[in-house]
Design a protein around this ligand. Structure first.
Ligand SMILES: Nc1ncnc2c1ncn2[C@@H]1O[C@H](COP(=O)(O)OP(=O)(O)OP(=O)(O)O)[C@@H](O)[C@H]1O
Ligand SMILES: [Mg+2]
Length: 327
């Protein structure tokens, strides 16, 4: 396929994915675009919001719509690392150990209510999320492609939760919230759909918009076709450096955060049918990609939200004018 054909193919398929999600989930298109941009750039998503705002439903719809294998793990206080990655069991008849794979051996892992499990269990995801492999009793196993973690959690002020450690938070490419319905129309639309489904969970009706192979092809296109100009790289570097040097920030976004911003921006470009990133793609996702990677100084924690710190710093960074086409 030539460049034009790949772009057309991706745009068409990505539109189908977004449409199918919106058929079942009432949301701003903007939210779904951010989600899909992250998934096609091989990123992991953390959904954080209050109970009942559709996090679990949305994650289930997403998993199904991209035609991939999907497993769900409900994180609870007694969940063990082996319950996620798997373990080796002794088979007396064969005189050997056999691997019993955990639910992590899948394409889309829904880690539901991730902050209800203790840190040791949460940590079982670290290696998988970063290196797309797991180590079980000293032996390393590669995970299938794609491998995407969709995690949900309630905000930390809820009881019985273990806040995610910074190292794990940093591995989430983006943190998003589904949010409350924005208008009376949206609120009614949720009720209307509930009546037409005749049950609470419509995921059985959701149809894959692409096959797994097509999805992988789109992921490759993000990596191989979408051009990033030098000035865009400098723009991203400038953004993370400005946030980092904010006097209210104790620990700023890591280079992993900058790479995450680069990756998701490429995904956004492809959804818009472009094979190059423009500054608006970066600005569109910067707050969602960077906010959860910031630790504020204790005296500012009650004063300002990390999102606000990113927004204020974005205003300070000059936006490059060029960055069109392939050099
Ligand atoms: N935006 C939405 N569009 C369609 N249905 C929705 C939406 N938001 C919530 N719902 C409906 O509300 C119900 C609760 O959603 P869900 O279980 O996904 O919430 P949650 O955010 O995972 O809650 P919790 O944090 O308690 O697990 C579901 O029946 C779902 O169908
Ligand atoms: Mg839920």
């Amino acid at each position: 396929m030539n460049r034009e054909k790949i772009l057309d193919f991706c745009r068409e398929k990505l539109e189908l994915i977004i449409e199918e999600v919106c058929r079942y989930f009432v949301a701003r298109r903007e939210l779904i675009v951010k989600i899909v941009a992250t998934m096609i750039s091989s990123g992991h998503i953390l959904f954080e919001d209050h109970p009942g705002l559709g996090k679990t439903l949305l994650a289930k719809i997403l998993a199904k719509v991209i035609g991939c294998d999907f497993r769900r793990v409900q994180f609870t206080p007694d969940l063990l690392p082996a319950d996620i990655i798997g373990t080796k069991v002794w088979v007396p008849g064969e005189g050997t150990f056999r691997l019993v794979k955990g639910p992590i051996f899948t394409n889309v892992l829904l880690a539901d209510e991730i902050n209800r499990a203790p840190p040791k269990t949460q940590a079982a995801l670290l290696e998988a999320m970063e290196e797309r492999q797991v180590t079980i009793e000293g032996e390393t196993y590669r995970l299938d492609e794609p491998f995407i973690v969709l995690a949900t959690q309630n905000p930390i002020e809820y009881e019985g939760t273990y806040p995610l450690p910074e190292a794990l938070l940093d591995r989430f490419t983006i943190k998003l919230s589904t949010g409350y319905p924005q208008s009376e129309d949206e609120e009614v639309e949720i009720l209307r759909r509930r009546l037409s489904w005749k049950k609470d969970d419509p995921t059985d009706y959701v149809k894959p918009a692409v096959t797994k192979e097509e999805f992988v092809l789109i992921q490759r296109a993000v990596e191989e076709v979408v051009y990033v100009d030098e000035c865009i790289m400098k723009f991203i570097a400038n953004i993370v450096r400005t946030v980092r040097s904010d006097p209210r920030v104790l620990a700023g976004p890591s280079p992993r955060g900058a790479i995450a911003l680069l990756k998701v921006s490429r995904g956004v470009a492809l959804i818009h049918g472009r094979d190059y990133v423009i500054p608006d793609d970066v600005l569109f996702v910067a707050v969602d990609v960077l906010s959860h990677r910031i630790v504020l100084k204790p005296e500012y924690v009650d004063e300002v939200r990390p999102e606000q710190v990113v927004i204020e710093n974005l205003r300070k960074v000059p936006v490059p004018k060029v960055a069109h086409g392939v050099s």
